[in-house]
Design a protein around this ligand. Sequence first.
Ligand SMILES: Nc1ncnc2c1ncn2[C@@H]1O[C@H](COP(=O)(O)OP(=O)(O)OP(=O)(O)O)[C@@H](O)[C@H]1O
Length: 248
Amino acid sequence: MMQAPVFEARAVTKSFASLRAVDDCSFAVEKGAIVGLIGPNGAGKTTLFDIASGATRLDSGQIVFRGEDISALKPHQRALKGLGRTFQLTRVFPKMTLMENMFVASPGDHRLHERAREYLELVNLVDRRHEYASDLSYGQQKLLELARILMLDPELILLDEPAAGVNPTLLKSLLAFIHELRDTWGKTFLIIEHNMNLVMGHCDKVVVMSAGSVIAEGSGEEIQANEEVLEAYFGKSTHPLGRAGHGA
Ligand SMILES: Nc1ncnc2c1ncn2[C@@H]1O[C@H](COP(=O)(O)OP(=O)(O)OP(=O)(O)O)[C@@H](O)[C@H]1O
């Protein structure tokens, strides 16, 4: 399946003081793909997500979405263009009901009300729509967050560690939901994840970052057989810095 890229990071660079958190990072996400973004702790994955969603301004390079350079746009402008994002720690509003959470980014007219119910139904939370979000388990809050970003009808969804802290049953629902969104609605996903079973079992392509740059990309099998990737994760006893990632 060779499709045009929906998203491209082009030579993206970002420093915090003297630390280059993202260093000349380039990769593409093809339309309709589920792409995994992996790498040891501190590789720059979250910073790249922050740059893609507009939370952090890049120093140089470009973020291209559907062929347009969106590097200068604010987060809400990117969201309205179809770039949605969830966070490593969920950002649902605990003292609002599920239904109220669904309308945080959009006005609640009748048509959208129906849509919100439909999305909550898809994640099996519609019966709880009048409860507070704080009554949900952590995994259910992640499902709510995913349902909520659908309200803006994103074409690309950036998911930050969807599996972290989620029990196996809910994780199954979450993964089924991701595949449904891709297969029937044509959504595209870029997923930061440390759970290698999820990455290898569900991603069409895997992009590996280390020390701010992309060191490999390809299928799960290709990545698992890549020497440089193994070294980035586990280091080598002879490595001058004794570098060792603990992300896997
Ligand atoms: N706001 C900031 N100020 C200073 N340094 C930062 C900031 N944000 C990130 N960093 C540093 O940038 C580097 C990349 O961090 P980042 O969180 O992007 O990595 P990551 O790949 O997402 O790691 P993890 O898998 O642990 O979440 C790290 O060395 C981190 O300490």
